[in-house]
Design a binder for this molecule. Structure first.
Ligand code: SF4
Ligand code: SF4
Ligand code: SF4
Length: 427
């Protein structure tokens, strides 16, 4: 029999604090309808779900909530809040609960990534600026040997450049050849661009750690440096959470800046419309390889909405052919998170993360697509792992890979994520 819950000695401090911190966090408005839990892929993991989380906060079960590891399994994807009839901000409650864990007890992977980032003034992998510069210079020389790219430049700290780009440090550190397709695209459109040296990486594990101070330090340093260079746009490359960390961080910490924050996905679309990126889908006319897309929650549901989702589809359809594009259902702002968000890839709860991803795996399997195009690093890593774990057989590609494939400029070493059907195509 279920034990009767005794509430007399409960504190209920948490509820008051959250209600002060989060304007739309009025937990008392919860109707207990369960809509949030029905649509949340983390429901049932570790015996918790968003509705139960709210009930526990309302009932004052602060002690139980403040040490529950489920907050590191929830990806803060915001699907629950979008569905909630009372618009209760569950992700902010989760963020607050994370922030209440003693710092040294938070997941080591997320903690170390945050600390490496702040200490190195570069990125979460702790790579020094000199090493980043070395990789960029070395690769620039390599790519300049390819016909058509003899004049390609990949500068760092070029003053007055139109676009300042961040770059997820996974590329320079573990798969440097993945940098080249992006540079080739920028070269093809004649973009005036530069990397920036201070906090150059496009990731932010301090946000996942719920460490406001470090999150702000990273964003503020980036903003000041990009403004000092005089760049008109800060361009976030293919990474979802880094866009959100900048977009939300600039507002949350009230950081003054002169540049406009934009996503590379919207720029790809603009350059295709302007004819500067002459992609076409002829290459896939006979092959008829099917592609779908993952809408990353951070630039779609949590910030740019359909402006991003529409351009994402426009780019992929232009490259693979509309007849070879299949949607995941549900999609766009109603899409499911893949389970790799919120820092979960760096947290120790792998079993839960893969169970969370089951919905995504089922969605992809239902499309029959051979490829998932993904403009987000965390989605990329998780969906790749889901393909292996659930034996889905699909491949996961960055947009830069298929854009360059369509343009006939994808080099031999730039095909890590293509399947055997495309590994040598067009070489
Ligand atoms: S933010 Fe996402 S994972 Fe977390 S409770 Fe809401 S729907 Fe579930
Ligand atoms: S959807 Fe909103 S109102 Fe319904 S149970 Fe969840 S938090 Fe409460
Ligand atoms: S990993 Fe991708 S799908 Fe998941 S929360 Fe992050 S952006 Fe969203």
């Amino acid at each position: 029999m279920t034990d009767v819950l005794k509430l007399g000695d409960k504190k209920r401090e948490l509820r008051q604090v959250v209600e002060q911190l989060v304007p739309d966090g009025n937990l008392g408005l919860c109707l207990t309808c369960g809509t949030c839990a029905s649509g949340c892929p983390a429901t049932g993991l570790m015996d918790l779900d968003p509705r139960k989380l709210i009930r526990m906060a309302v009932l004052g079960l602060d002690d139980e909530l403040l040490k529950h590891p489920w907050v590191w399994v929830c990806t803060m994807c915001k699907r629950c809040q979008d569905a909630c009839p009372m618009n209760i901000n569950i992700p902010q409650l989760v963020y607050y609960l994370r922030s209440q864990w003693p710092r040294e007890e938070r997941p080591k992977g997320i903690l170390n990534s945050c600390d490496h980032h702040v200490r190195s003034r570069g990125g979460a992998m702790g790579v020094s600026l000199d090493d980043f510069k070395f990789v960029v210079e070395d690769l620039s020389e390599e790519v300049r040997e390819q016909p058509g790219f003899e004049n390609l430049a990949a500068p760092i700290d070029k003053e007055g450049a139109m676009f300042a780009l961040n770059q997820n440090s996974r590329e320079p550190v573990t798969e440097p050849d993945e940098l080249l397709p992006l540079w080739k695209i920028l070269h093809t459109v004649g973009a005036d661009w530069t990397y920036y040296s201070e906090m150059w990486a496009g990731e932010n594990y301090c946000m996942f750690l719920a460490d406001d101070k470090a999150w702000e330090e990273i964003i503020r340093a980036q903003a000041e440096h990009v403004d000092k260079l005089g760049c008109r746009y800060l361009v976030n490359t293919e990474c979802g959470h880094s866009f959100y960390a900048l977009w939300a961080g600039l507002q949350r910490f009230n950081i003054p800046h002169k540049f406009e924050l934009v996503s590379i996905v919207n720029l790809y679309a603009q350059w295709i419309r302007e004819g500067r990126l002459p992609v076409n889908s002829e290459w896939n006319k006979d092959l008829k390889i099917k592609f779908t897309v993952q809408d990353p929650c951070n630039p779609v549901r949590k910030s740019l909405g359909n402006y991003f989702a529409d351009d994402l589809r426009f780019v992929v359809k232009s490259v693979v052919g509309p007849e070879n594009f299949v949607e995941l259902y549900p999609n766009r702002t109603n899409n499911f998170c893949c389970g790799g968000g919120g820092g979960t890839l760096q947290a120790p709860y792998k079993e839960e993360r893969l169970a969370y991803g089951r919905k995504k795996a089922d969605q992809i399997k239902a499309t029959g697509a051979g490829y998932v195009a993904v403009p987000c690093h965390n989605c990329h890593a998780q969906i790749h792992e889901l393909s292996e774990f659930y034996e889905g057989g699909w491949h996961v590609v960055h947009l830069w890979t298929i854009i360059c494939l369509s343009l006939g400029i994808l080099g031999e070493n730039e095909r890590t994520y293509l399947g055997p059907d495309l590994a040598e195509f067009g070489l």
